[in-house]
Design a protein. Structure first.
Length: 354
C-alpha cells in the first residue's frame, strides 16, 4: 500500500506540479512581465515576451507538460513518456477548469497501461505509443469532462465558502493547505487541481508561508542560515523526519497558519488570482508572492472565471503580502516556539536537519 501511495499520490502529484511550473506558471510570469514592460515601451522584445508567455500557457501545452511530468516521476519507459504528451493535452482541454485533476487520473492509468506492453513485442515503437494514446483517449472521452466538472465544483465551493465565511474558511484553508505543503504530497498540485484562486487562494498562500517561514525561523538556532534558506525558500518538507520523531514541533507553524489565514482573508483581503498552482507554493522560490502580484495585473483564466479582475495595488496590498507571507509567520512561529520549548515539548536538536 505504501508503495502505491508513494507512486500515485506523492510522485505523480509532484511530477504534475513540476509540469505546471514549467508551463503555466513560468508562462504567466513571462507574459505578465511583457505586458507591464509594453506599457513603458511598445517594442518587439516586450511583445515577444507576451507571445512566449501565451505559448506556454495554452491549455494543451500545459496538459502535455503535466502528463510528461507525471510519467517522468513514475519512471515510465521513454515511448510511454513521449506519448503522454498527447494524453495530457487531450485530458486538460476536455477537463476544462478542472483539467489538472483529469490529467492526473488519466495520465496515471495510460502510463501504467503503456508500461505493461512496453518492450514486450518486436514492434515496440508502434505498440507502446498506440496503447498509451488509445487508452488515454478513451478515458478522456469517457471521463475527463466529468472529472474536470467535479474538481471545478469543489474548487468553486471552497472559493464561495471563503467569500461567505472568510474568517472560518480562512483558518481552515490556511491550515489544511499548509499541512499538505509540509507533508510529502504536493499542495501545489492540490490547489491546481481544484483551481483554488481568490480569497481561498490567498488563505492557501498564507498557510504555506506559515509552514515554510515558520520552520525556517523556529529552527534557526539549530540550522542557522543554511536552514533558513533551505526551508524558507525551499520546502518545509525537510522537517518531516523530525516531525515523525516529535510531532509537537509542528505546533508553532500550524498555530501561525491558524492566525495568518483569517488575517489574509478578513483584514488584507489578499487574493491569489495568478496561476492556481501558486496558491500551494508559499515562499518556495517566492512563487506564491509572484503569483499574488501577477494576479493583480494579469488574472489567470481560472481566476477570471471566478469573478477576478485586474487591480491597481495600493500600499496596503503590498503591506499585506509582506506581513502575511514573511513577517507574521516568522514572528508568530518564533513566539509559539518559545512557549513549546519552555513547556519541554520541543527539545534541543529536535529541529536539526540532517
Amino acid at each position: 500500500m505504501n508503495k502505491y501511495v508513494k507512486r500515485y499520490l506523492v510522485d505523480a502529484m509532484s511530477g504534475m506540479a513540476q509540469g505546471l511550473f514549467a508551463s503555466l506558471l513560468i508562462g504567466t510570469i513571462i507574459k505578465t512581465l511583457g505586458q507591464q514592460l509594453v506599457r513603458l515601451s511598445d517594442n518587439q522584445i516586450f511583445q515577444f515576451l507576451i507571445k512566449a508567455g501565451n505559448f506556454a500557457t495554452e491549455s494543451h501545452v500545459v496538459g502535455a507538460a503535466m502528463a510528461i511530468g507525471i510519467g517522468f516521476a513514475m519512471g515510465v519507459p521513454a515511448l510511454v513518456l513521449f506519448s503522454l504528451a498527447v494524453v495530457g493535452a487531450a485530458a486538460n482541454v476536455t477537463g476544462g477548469a478542472g483539467g489538472p485533476l483529469a490529467v492526473l487520473f488519466i495520465a496515471i492509468i495510460a502510463a501504467e497501461c503503456g508500461r505493461l506492453v512496453s518492450k514486450k513485442t518486436k514492434v515496440d515503437i508502434i505498440v507502446t505509443p498506440l496503447v498509451t494514446i488509445i487508452v488515454g483517449s478513451i478515458l478522456t472521452v469517457l471521463f475527463a469532462k466529468y472529472i474536470g466538472d467535479a474538481a471545478s465544483s469543489i474548487g468553486k465551493l471552497v472559493i464561495w465558502s471563503t467569500q461567505l465565511r472568510p474568517f472560518l474558511m480562512g483558518m481552515l484553508v490556511s491550515v489544511v493547505i499548509g499541512l499538505a505543503l509540509t507533508l510529502p504530497i504536493s499542495s501545489a498540485a492540490i490547489c491546481a487541481a481544484f483551481s483554488l484562486t481568490g480569497l481561498a487562494g490567498g488563505a492557501a498562500v498564507a498557510g504555506c508561508c506559515a509552514q515554510m517561514v515558520g520552520f525556517a525561523i523556529l529552527s534557526f538556532r539549530e540550522n542557522k542560515w543554511s536552514g533558513l534558506l533551505s526551508q524558507g525558500l525551499g520546502t518545509s518538507m525537510l522537517q518531516m523526519p523530525n516531525i515523525i520523531k516529535n510531532p509537537r514541533i509542528w505546533i508553532p507553524p500550524t498555530l501561525a497558519s491558524l492566525i495568518t489565514g483569517p488575517i489574509a482573508t478578513c483584514v488584507f483581503k489578499m487574493e491569489m488570482n495568478g496561476a492556481a498552482v501558486s496558491s500551494g507554493m508559499g515562499t518556495c522560490g517566492l512563487v506564491g508572492q509572484i503569483g499574488v502580484i501577477t494576479g493583480w495585473f494579469n488574472p489567470s483564466d481560472a481566476a477570471i472565471a471566478n469573478g477576478a479582475s485586474t487591480l491597481n495595488p495600493a500600499l496596503f496590498d503590498w503591506l499585506g503580502v509582506i506581513l502575511i507571507c514573511f513577517i507574521l509567520p516568522g514572528l508568530l512561529s518564533y513566539l509559539f516556539g518559545l512557549i513549546c520549548r519552555k513547556l519541554g515539548w520541543i527539545k534541543e536538536d529536535d529541529l536539526t536537519l540532517n
